[in-house]
Write a protein that binds this ligand. Structure first.
Ligand code: FAD
Length: 437
C-alpha cells in the first residue's frame, strides 16, 4: 500500500510529488508547520504516462509568463507570491535558472479603461496590486511609445508595468521538482498509464484507492491511502463527473528570429550580441496587448538568453483561442491558417524595421511553432479540491491557460489537503463544489 500516489507529472504533478516527498524529509522543507507530519517511511509514488517533460500536454514551449498584479482575481496573488518564492528556492538548491525577471507590461485601449464597458485588465491589475502591495507603474500612450520602440499602434493605449514579473522555464522547473522528489525518496514510474481509479471502503470510517495501470504490454493494480490527480487535459478520463466543466482547447505558440528584422536598427551594434537587442529581456518585458482589433489578447516573451533552441527568438501567442481539441491527438502540427492568425497580429503591433521584410508578405515571419492545450472551466478559474463522492482523492485541473506560475502552490495545496485537511491559502473560490462536481 502506497501512502500517496500522484497521477500525472506535468506542471502541477511534479510539484505535488516534490511537496509529498518533503513530508519524508523535514530538513528539505522550509515550512515550519510540517515537522509533526514527517514520516521517513512514507511511500510516495508519481506516475506519468509519457516521459516527463514531453510536449503532448500543456507545459512545454520553454517559457510561461509569471506576474503578480493579477487581473483574473486578486485571491490568486498569495498563491503566486508563494510559487515565485518556491521557484526561487528551487533554482538555488538545484543550481538551475528557472526565472527571468524582466517585468510584465500590459497594454490596453484607453476607452476600455475609461468606460468599464468591458472588463479592464489594467483596472483589475491595479486592484490586485493595491491589495497586495505589488510595485506597478501606469504608463500613458506617449510613455509606451517612447519606452517600447518594438511595438507600433500604441496610440490610445494605457500601460501597466509590473517590475518583479517575467517568465519561468516550465520544462526546467518540472525537471528540478522531480529531481528533488527523487532525492527525497519518491519513486517515479514513467510510461505508465493510469486507466482508472476506484475508492474502496474498508469499514464505515476508512477507505483506500485502487489504481489500475498499464505499461508496455503489462497491467497491474496498486493501492494507495491518498491519491492526487494532476492529469491536465486528460483529467476527465479519470474523474468523469468533471467532464461537464472541463473543455480542452488548442493553443499555438510561435517563435520569430529577431535577427531577420533587427539588422537595420541603428542602436543595435551587433544583432548577434543579443544583450544589445531590443528584444532581449534587459530591453523588453513579457507583454500582453488587449485590443478591439483582435478577438483575444496577444502576448509574448522576449528572447530567452538561456535558450539554445531559440537563441535570438521572441515567442508570441494568442491567449485563449476557443478551438476544442481531443488531448489524445497529442498536439498535432500547427496549420498554415493558425500561422497566419499569429502573423496578422504580429504585423498589427510590431514595429519591424527591415523595409523588405515589412513589405514582402511572402517572407515568412514565424520560424517555428508548436501547439499546446488549455483546459478551460466555465468561469476561467481553476478546479482545486476533492471531486464529489471521493474521500481520499484530490485534484487540480482546468488551469484555464494561466496556471503554470502557480504550480508550486497548487502542488503544495493538494498535499496539504490530503495530509493536513487544510491549506495555507484561501482557495475556496477554486472549489469544484461551485459547479456541484
Ligand atoms: C501555449 C500556452 C501558453 C501558456 N502560457 C502561460 C503563461 O504564460 N503563464 C501561466 O501561468 N500559464 C500559462 N499556460 C498554462 C499552463 O502552462 C498550464 O496551466 C499548466 O502547464 C498545466 O499544468 P498541468 O499539470 O495541469 O498539465 P500538464 O503539465 O499537461 O500535466 C498533466 C500530466 O498528466 C499526465 N497524465 C494525464 N493522464 C494521465 C494518466 N491517465 N496516467 C498517467 N499520466 C497521465 C500527462 O501526460 C501530463 O504529463 C499556458 C499554456 C499553454 C498551452
Amino acid at each position: 500500500m502506497w501512502d500517496i500516489v500522484v497521477i500525472g507529472l506535468g506542471g502541477v504533478g511534479s510539484f505535488a510529488l516534490r511537496a509529498a516527498s518533503q513530508l519524508r524529509h523535514t530538513s528539505k522543507s522550509n515550512r515550519t508547520n510540517q515537522s509533526h507530519h514527517v514520516n521517513k517511511t512514507m511511500k510516495v509514488l508519481g506516475i506519468e504516462k509519457f516521459n516527463p517533460c514531453h510536449s503532448y500536454g500543456s507545459s512545454h514551449g520553454h517559457s510561461r509568463i509569471y506576474r503578480h498584479a493579477y487581473f483574473e482575481h486578486s485571491n490568486y496573488v498569495p498563491l503566486i507570491i508563494e510559487s515565485t518564492r518556491q521557484f526561487q528556492l528551487l533554482q538555488k538548491t538545484q543550481n538551475t535558472r528557472l526565472l527571468e525577471e524582466c517585468g510584465m507590461l500590459i497594454m490596453e485601449e484607453k476607452k476600455v479603461t475609461k468606460t468599464h464597458k468591458t472588463v479592464s485588465l489594467i483596472q483589475n491589475c491595479l486592484e490586485s496590486a493595491n491589495k497586495h502591495q505589488i510595485k506597478v507603474d501606469l504608463l500613458s500612450s506617449n510613455q509606451l511609445i517612447g519606452m517600447y520602440p518594438q511595438f507600433k499602434n500604441l496610440d490610445g493605449m494605457n500601460g501597466l508595468l509590473e517590475y518583479n514579473a517575467g517568465f519561468v522555464r516550465p520544462e526546467l522547473s518540472i525537471e528540478a521538482a522531480l529531481s528533488v522528489a527523487k532525492e527525497n525518496g519518491a519513486v517515479i514510474w514513467d510510461n505508465h498509464l493510469v486507466e482508472n481509479i476506484r475508492e474502496v471502503s474498508t469499514d464505515e470510517h476508512d477507505s483506500f484507492v485502487e489504481i489500475s495501470l498499464t505499461f508496455g504490454s503489462g497491467n497491474t493494480v496498486i493501492q494507495s491511502k491518498k491519491v492526487i490527480i494532476a492529469a491536465g487535459a486528460w483529467t476527465a478520463e479519470l474523474i468523469p463527473s468533471w467532464s461537464r466543466v472541463l473543455k480542452v482547447t488548442r493553443q499555438i505558440q510561435a517563435w520569430i528570429d529577431t535577427r531577420k528584422f533587427e539588422k537595420h536598427i541603428p542602436s543595435t551594434k551587433n544583432p548577434l550580441e543579443t544583450e544589445h537587442s531590443l528584444y532581449h529581456p534587459k530591453q523588453m518585458p513579457t507583454w500582453l496587448i488587449s485590443s478591439s482589433q483582435l478577438e483575444t489578447s496577444f502576448y509574448g516573451i522576449p528572447i530567452d538568453p538561456c535558450s539554445s533552441d531559440y537563441p535570438s527568438h521572441i515567442k508570441i501567442a494568442l491567449h485563449g483561442r476557443n478551438v476544442e481539441v481531443d488531448p489524445n491527438l497529442k498536439n498535432p502540427p500547427v496549420t498554415n491558417e493558425e500561422v497566419k492568425e499569429l502573423e496578422d497580429a504580429f504585423r498589427l503591433f510590431f514595429q519591424y524595421h527591415d523595409y523588405n521584410y515589412c513589405q514582402n508578405q511572402d517572407i515568412p515571419i514565424i520560424d517555428d511553432s508548436k501547439s499546446c492545450m488549455y483546459t478551460m472551466t466555465p468561469d476561467g478559474h481553476f478546479l482545486l479540491g476533492k471531486p464529489k463522492g471521493y474521500d481520499n482523492v484530490y485534484a487540480a485541473a482546468g488551469l484555464s491557460g494561466h496556471g503554470f506560475k502557480m504550480v508550486p502552490s497548487l502542488g503544495q495545496a493538494l498535499v496539504d489537503m490530503a495530509f493536513l485537511g487544510k491549506v495555507d491559502f484561501d482557495v475556496e473560490f477554486l472549489s469544484p463544489s461551485r459547479f456541484g462536481v
